[in-house]
Design a protein around this ligand. Structure first.
Ligand code: PLP
Length: 348
């Protein structure tokens, strides 16, 4: 391996490894025997900690990844003749290979526009009223991503405005929280303020991007929707027999606010990156940086030059441009090195 090649990248927060606290909890769980399929003390503890965190008696299930979490959660809200409204850049639309439709036996995903990756309330109204006849799939749920695919964050007030529309039209609210921790860290609010107190019925609470090895929590604030969700998980191949190795890392993360500390760090690294490249010629930011991602338009020669130096980052995620994503383990030196390479390439 080239010693000068970057060791950490800006491609995705899932490039990062397992954080020490999750790793330690995994090791602790790796002693003696424990019951399978979630009937173990670690899963109980993780569930209790999630209930404590959200300050409510929610139902909690652990699945292997975000696609499964989103798809199964949405399937629990919809019949096959329903539709799900989401932003046109939503992961459920562009990055889940049709899994939400597949697991719901055909519920149609309908797309809405909105600035900076956020759903526009007027668009909800337009979509719901566009057709109300029996020939069109009946809107049943709104899916929001928090933080969004474009690195922005819905405020509690924005969520409440969407909730008002949802209530008016009998829509359930799903939240894809793959980067929920980054959103909470950015807003500095209590988790309940941007979930059940803002109308969210089901949250897919992401852990993988924040230092957990594998596994997301599906959190039902509307407990009625959780009925028979265990069967849905099992049928979809999402019931881990050694569940404690999915749930134990959550215990390590949720104790002492570690989840928030890591997310705040990732956000701070993105803020630093933004600051370091802001003044460089030909660098244009595409969206407000609010969580752990910076989206920037860079000249082609700079993109090619950075890639030649070994930097990995996506240029096709979101809406074009470069997505520079920071993780729980991104170091200021990584940001400095990237910015220095970019500076040379653009002649700043
Ligand atoms: C917004 C969003 N939702 C969900 C996911 C989870 O996807 P996966 O199925 O890869 O765990 C991701 C991962 O990239 C994401 O960015």
């Amino acid at each position: 391996m080239n010693a000068a090649a970057p060791r950490r990248h800006f491609a995705s927060d899932n490039y990062a490894g397992i954080c020490p606290e999750a790793w330690a909890a995994l090791a602790d769980a790796n002693t003696d025997h424990a019951p399978g399929y979630g009937d173990d003390a670690w899963t109980q503890k993780a569930t209790d900690l999630i209930r404590e965190l959200f300050e409510t008696h929610c139902e909690v299930f652990f699945v292997f990844n975000g696609t499964a979490a989103n798809s199964l959660a949405l399937a629990s809200m919809c019949q096959s003749y329903h539709s799900i409204l989401c932003h046109e850049t939503a992961h459920i639309e562009v990055d889940e290979c049709g899994a939400p439709e597949f697991f719901s036996n055909g519920t149609k995903v309908l797309l809405m526009s909105g600035a900076n990756g956020k759903v526009d309330t007027a668009e909800i109204e337009r979509m719901v009223k566009k057709r109300t006849d029996i020939h069109y799939p009946k809107p049943r749920a709104i899916s929001l991503t928090q933080a969004t695919e474009l690195g922005t964050v819905y405020s509690p007030d924005e969520l409440k405005a969407i909730w008002a529309k949802a209530k008016a039209h009998g829509l359930k609210m799903h939240m894809d929280g793959a980067r929920f921790a980054n959103a909470v860290a950015a807003l500095g609010c209590a988790p309940k303020e941007i979930t059940w107190q803002a109308g969210v019925d089901v949250l897919c609470f992401g852990g993988t991007k924040n230092g957990i090895p594998v596994g997301e929590a599906v959190v039902f604030f509307d407990r009625e929707l959780a009925r028979e969700f265990d069967y849905r998980c099992k049928q979809a191949g999402q019931l881990a027999s050694k569940m404690r190795f999915i749930s134990a890392p959550w215990v390590g993360m949720l104790k002492d606010g570690i989840w928030l500390k890591h997310a705040a760090h990732a956000n701070a690294m993105a803020a630093l990156l933004e600051e370091k490249i802001r003044a460089l010629p030909e660098v244009k930011f595409m969206f407000p940086r609010q969580a752990n991602a910076v989206f920037a338009e860079l000249p082609r020669r700079a993109i090619d030059g950075l890639k030649a130096k070994g930097w990995k980052f996506y240029t096709f995620i979101g809406q074009g441009g470069c997505r520079l994503m920071c993780a729980w383990d991104t170091q200021p030196a990584d940001v400095e090195a990237f910015a220095a390479d970019l500076r040379v390439l653009v002649g700043g």
